[in-house]
Design a protein around this ligand. Structure first.
Ligand code: SF4
Length: 349
């Protein structure tokens, strides 16, 4: 029989947490605070169809780098069609744009909760800062999100904890309130000071943007939702990817045209074109790749689209030139003149 004595601290199981990690400064600091207190942390990163995660700004890459730097495991959860279904009718509505933050955060909490159950963690950690974001970071919203996801008493927000009710692991003394912060509001001054204290030489910025808060993008989403042919239908992920590129024009209840703005977008658009889309390009002069997506393809619609295509090509205004129209590998050519600005602006989404 062993005579080794085990101290009460050793007897107590090491606390384990699941952190919602965005790669931004706040969630990074929240994890650091937990690690400093001896908590074992695993991270969950969420990718919605609308975050800048893989948009070229490097957020997706950054969250991986942050997790490596923190030396914690990272699991990435991709929200797809279920997110679009939620976006169609979010239970708690939208913020200033098409951002359904309360419903969105609820989905994130659920993903964290699932991982918490899977790995047997004790609680969830987030980098939320009270009153930093108007829709989802106030007492009412945080309560709703917890209630909706059954996570009451299980979510620690170390940056604002002293302004929030105690949670289970504080009540049982596992985490001490004096080791938590009382940061509220939008200023990043306190977080930057903490980053310095932790020796973070190059602290990350705020987390990557969400396209649903962008006014221009929100208009495109509203248009897409409004003209879905069936009220119960949900946009496809391809529809959403197409919203992220080009200039968009509403031609009729069932037809829209997307016009590439540069070579890279032209390339992306070609890769997003579906079998039933018409691809239109100027034939005689350099110009953009354009996709006409419609439920029917009357000649007048194709001709109108061709005039827009020419408007964005090097074709001289007022002069009739050829446009190449490709539908299911069949190429035809029509001849028309570029559209004038007034008509064009009436169609722009
Ligand atoms: S800003 Fe976008 S990603 Fe963030 S909670 Fe709101 S909807 Fe979700």
């Amino acid at each position: 029989m062993s005579n080794i004595e085990v101290s009460p601290a050793e007897q107590r199981k090491k606390l384990k947490a699941v952190a919602l990690l965005s790669g931004g400064l706040d969630s990074t600091l929240a994890v650091r605070m937990m690690l400093e207190q001896g908590v074992e942390v695993e991270a969950v990163a969420i990718k919605t169809p609308f975050c800048d995660f893989d948009c070229g700004k490097g957020c997706g890459h950054r969250v991986k780098e942050v997790a490596i730097d923190l030396q914690i495991p990272l699991k990435t959860v991709h929200f797809g069609e279920e997110y679009l279904r939620m976006l169609k009718r979010p239970k708690f509505g939208f913020g200033s744009g098409m951002n359904p933050c309360i419903d969105c955060r609820s989905m994130m909490y659920n993903a964290a909760k699932d991982h918490m159950k899977k790995i047997g963690a004790d609680f969830i950690v987030t980098g939320e800062v009270l009153f930093q974001r108007p829709m989802s970071q106030n007492h009412r919203a945080l309560n709703i999100i917890e209630k909706e996801t059954g996570t009451q008493g299980k979510v620690l927000r170390p940056l604002s904890a002293k302004s929030l009710p105690m949670i289970e692991i504080e009540n049982d003394g596992s985490i001490k309130r004096e080791n938590l912060c009382n940061i509220v509001g939008r200023s990043r001054k306190n977080q930057l000071a903490m980053a310095r204290k932790f020796g973070m030489e190059d602290p990350p910025n705020a987390a990557g943007g969400c396209l649903l808060t962008d006014p221009q993008f929100s208009m495109r989403i509203r248009d897409l939702m409004k003209y879905l042919d069936d009220p119960d239908k949900v946009p496809t992920l391809n529809d959403i990817e197409l919203l992220k590129v080009g200039r968009h024009f509403r031609l009729s209840n069932v037809a829209k045209l997307i016009v590439g703005r540069n070579q890279n977008e032209n390339y992306v658009m070609r890769s997003l074109a579906l079998k039933d889309d018409i691809v239109i390009e100027a034939q005689e002069f350099p110009g953009p790749t354009c996709i006409l997506r419609s439920k029917n393809y009357e000649y007048s619609l194709v001709e109108k689209s061709s005039r827009i295509v020419l408007r964005y090509s090097d074709s001289p205004s007022g002069r009739e030139t050829n446009v190449k129209v490709t539908y299911r590998d069949q190429v035809s050519v029509i001849s028309t003149i570029p559209m004038g600005n007034d008509e064009l602006e009436n169609l722009r989404i």
